[in-house]
Design a protein around this ligand. Structure first.
Ligand SMILES: C[S@@+](CC[C@H](N)C(=O)[O-])C[C@H]1O[C@@H](n2cnc3c(N)ncnc32)[C@H](O)[C@@H]1O
Length: 255
């Protein structure tokens, strides 16, 4: 019999009946999480599954338990899913937007390598949990929001007409510049924003993945960077003026 720990995420999704394969999420997770596979990671999934049906749910917790043989797997659900607790799996019963309860959860889990929000799917909840939990993701770790098709459904606080700017998709679409905040002058970006800690934003189908910066990004653009940026702008302006502009610039750099 094949050892579960040598199986791919795709195989494990099949075995445990997780919908992450059908949703297309496994493709991203395999790419990003493979390097962490044997690490002692701490993974928290919001939404354990099974809703209020007794002894139902836990497909994804079992998936992560087997994919990360040295990992601690945590699940959080508004329903009690204690029947799933075992050596490397711990469940918590609370709402994903109960900030006091979330503080108690992270006091137990410690800093997290991966957080996956597969809970209520309400836009407000998705953003609320992110605002509270992203602080607790380790540098280089991931914060994932699944099922962001909620951004297009009124029932989940989304907007099918794409006019609202408060949906989860719009929130991160508007913050794309934070990925490049090291290249932007202080007057144009708020470096104290939570988003300044984002290294990468990946938009997939119904999925948003954030990678937290490996180290804190600078809180001010230094004069050296500012000067380099200005020179680069001057160079761009000159080199694009004429075909020979590039050589003009090299031969006669601005003093
Ligand atoms: C889609 S299921 C999760 C499936 C599971 N992640 C999986 O992949 O196997 C959603 C779960 O979120 C839970 N839930 C709904 N509202 C919640 C809230 N406000 N806070 C935490 N969990 C919630 C539901 O009880 C349900 O079990």
């Amino acid at each position: 019999m094949t050892d579960v720990h040598s199986m791919t995420l795709e195989q494990l999704s099949g075995i445990h009946g997780s919908d992450k394969l059908a949703q297309g999420y496994v493709w991203y997770y395999d790419l990003l999480f493979r390097a962490l596979k044997d690490q002692p990671v701490a993974v928290l999934e919001i939404g354990i599954g099974g809703h209020n049906v007794p002894n139902k749910g836990g497909e994804s917790l079992r998936l992560w338990r087997d994919y990360f043989p040295n990992g601690q797997i945590y699940g959080l659900d508004i329903q009690d899913k204690g029947f799933l607790d075992e050596e490397r799996v711990t469940t918590f019963c609370c709402s994903q937007v109960d900030t006091q309860a979330l503080d108690e959860v992270v006091a137990i889990t410690g800093p997290l390598d991966i957080v996956i929000d597969d809970g209520s799917h309400f836009n407000e909840h998705q953003l609320g949990s992110y605002r509270h939990l992203f602080h607790h993701v380790k540098p280089g770790g991931y914060y994932v929001i699944e099922d962001v098709d909620s951004a297009y459904h009124l029932a989940f606080g989304g907007d099918p007409s794409l006019q609202s700017r408060t949906t989860v998709v719009e929130h991160f679409r508007e913050r794309v510049h934070y990925v490049n905040s090291r290249c932007i002058l202080d007057e144009y970006i708020d470096r104290s924003a939570l988003e300044n800690e984002i290294e990468a934003i990946i938009f997939g189908h119904a999925l948003i993945i954030l990678r937290k910066a490996l180290a804190p990004k600078p809180l001010v653009v230094t004069n050296v960077v500012r000067t380099a940026m200005m020179e680069w702008d001057e160079y761009q302006a000159l080199s694009h003026k004429t075909e020979a502009g590039y050589f003009d610039y090299l031969n006669n750099p601005p003093s």
